[in-house]
Design a protein around this ligand. Sequence first.
Ligand code: ADE
Length: 226
Amino acid sequence: MFRATILTLYPEMFPGPLGLSLSGDALARGLWGLETRNIRDHGLGRHRAVDDTPAGGGPGMVIRADVLAAAVDAIAQTEDVRPRLLMSPRGRPLTQKRVRRLAEGPGVIIVCGRFEGVDERVIAARGLEEVSIGDYVLSGGEIAAIVTIDACVRLIPGVMGKNASGEEESFESGLLEYPHYTRPREWEGQSIPDILLSGDHAKIARWRHEEALRLTRERRPDLLDK
Ligand code: ADE
């Protein structure tokens, strides 16, 4: 079973949206597992301190290497082969390809950063793979962890039902998805493209592919270069 273990200073943020809808139903059905650990349980002193001022000066606070390493060591035994991700705007961008590989595996351990970051020494020492969900800065890694897990969970066999693993979706084909329509046939003066009502499935497939190409060219030409 795919198991996600989250190291965070805000365990109350979980399951959050992962407890609802597709991922929540799958969680209730036991198709995947979620566990949170509070990094503060490994904090130091009476105040359970987890962070300190950056060496060399500057703004913000940095999560201590010793504290975070103790939190990682408390969950990750040597036989635990799950990838260890550190959510960070500095990481490699998350892609559908990486999501697919994660979803096929035993799960993930995800460290959620806060403050200015984490002490650099702990990243290599505990084999943390830095992952970003996009070129913008969130106030912490928790929402990025939720995004990552959501993307994985929907690919777990049995989670999405009959629509298998959404092979026609955006990115799975390398293209953005074609436009969708449903009833009513006429709405605010706009009709559904005639071809979709023609019953000619070969023509419909061709039209959808052309629309997918057109949208990708307009919005994400970088995807066509790949
Ligand atoms: N933490 C803060 N910003 C982030 C981002 N863009 N991706 C992943 N983790 C983050």
